[in-house]
Design a protein around this ligand. Structure first.
Ligand code: SF4
Length: 321
């Protein structure tokens, strides 16, 4: 499985395609320990293993080798993931050619240019080679314990009852993915005037920008950044009637659990990594320099500046309707 939350969620259609094509197969996923609690709520796989530190990879590969896998699909483009697949002894190893790892794979597909295909389609293509027809993934289930925790948190914050809007102004990637805090705050004020309960959410690393948005938005718009684990965050998203996020893991998470989601794109490509879901709207204004995939911008963040509060409000109305 991929390392990043967003990419891992974009791999869910592949898992469901494999399950559908091979209903009696034993399906086992290896992914980041921090995501396993969230992802394993979906019963699509029989087992999940945490991707270990380099010193412990040999032991996990040995355990998998004893399990005698027929097939390994290598989703990350790294050399180390292909080495690991080779060590598991899987007879068939399928992945994209990259970093000179083709010799470790039994089938190395040419890697498409970024944005030529949606990333979920890139993953599905690996499954298609293994006989799995593409399909969509259902909404990501959220465990009842996390839902209960979310209900208690909303109650404690006085946010129960009213329609809930989640704002995600963070993006660990860099400022070229972050719509301005000032505009997020203006959006928060506008939503609050319309009767929404607004929560500003994010990871611990998003605390400064989330606090900035909450501070500018004024009373009644708290920041929960860094206060919620990933499963609680998923449950909050599942309780929300709207999520507005930068192109980030939180946008993918909200979309995956079925929340109406507006995703704001800056320097990256929505054609490549837009969140998946029927109730997703992407807002992107792409100048000629877009997508540049840069973390910072040398020419003034025109792609993000071109997105007005009115543009995002329009997308909110569409997606929440
Ligand atoms: S170079 Fe263009 S696309 Fe890239 S961040 Fe700057 S304005 Fe946006």
């Amino acid at each position: 499985m991929p390392n990043w939350l967003g990419d891992a969620l974009l791999a869910r259609p592949l898992l469901h395609a494999l399950r559908r094509a091979h209903p009696r197969a034993e399906l086992r996923a290896v992914g980041p320990a921090s995501l396993l609690g969230l992802l394993s709520a979906d019963p699509v796989c029989d087992a999940w293993d945490a991707w270990p530190a380099p010193a412990e990879r040999g032991a996990l590969a040995a355990r998998l080798r004893a399990w005698r896998p027929d097939l390994a699909l290598v989703l990350p483009p790294s050399f180390s993931s292909a080495v690991f697949a080779w060590h598991t002894g899987a007879r068939v190893r399928i992945g994209y050619a990259h970093e000179g790892r083709s010799l470790l794979l039994t089938r190395a597909l040419p890697r498409p240019a970024r944005g030529e295909r949606h990333l979920s389609d890139e993953y599905l293509e690996l499954g298609r080679v293994a006989g799995a027809a593409p399909c969509e993934a259902p909404a990501l289930p959220v465990r009842e314990a996390a839902r209960e925790e979310a209900r208690a948190l909303l109650q404690a914050r006085g946010a129960a009852g009213a329609p809930l809007a989640i704002l995600g102004p963070g993006a660990i990637y860099g400022p070229a993915k972050r719509w301005s805090a000032e505009r997020f705050a203006a959006l928060a004020r506008s939503l609050a005037r319309e009767g929404w309960r607004v929560l500003v959410c994010g990871a611990a690393s998003d605390r400064p920008v989330c606090a900035d948005v909450a501070g500018r938005a004024g009373e009644g718009v708290p920041s929960l950044a860094g206060e919620t684990g990933i499963e609680l965050q998923a449950a909050l998203c599942a309780s929300a009637s709207l999520a507005v996020c930068n192109d980030s893991g939180l946008a993918h998470l909200a979309a995956a659990v079925g929340a109406p989601t507006v995703a704001i794109f800056g320097s990256t490509s929505s054609a490549w990594t837009a969140p998946l879901g029927a109730r997703v709207r992407v807002v992107q204004r792409a100048p000629v320099c877009s997508p540049c995939f840069q973390r910072t911008c040398a020419i003034g963040y025109r792609c993000l500046d071109a997105i007005s509060v009115a543009d995002v409000e329009r997308a909110c109305r569409e997606v929440a309707a």
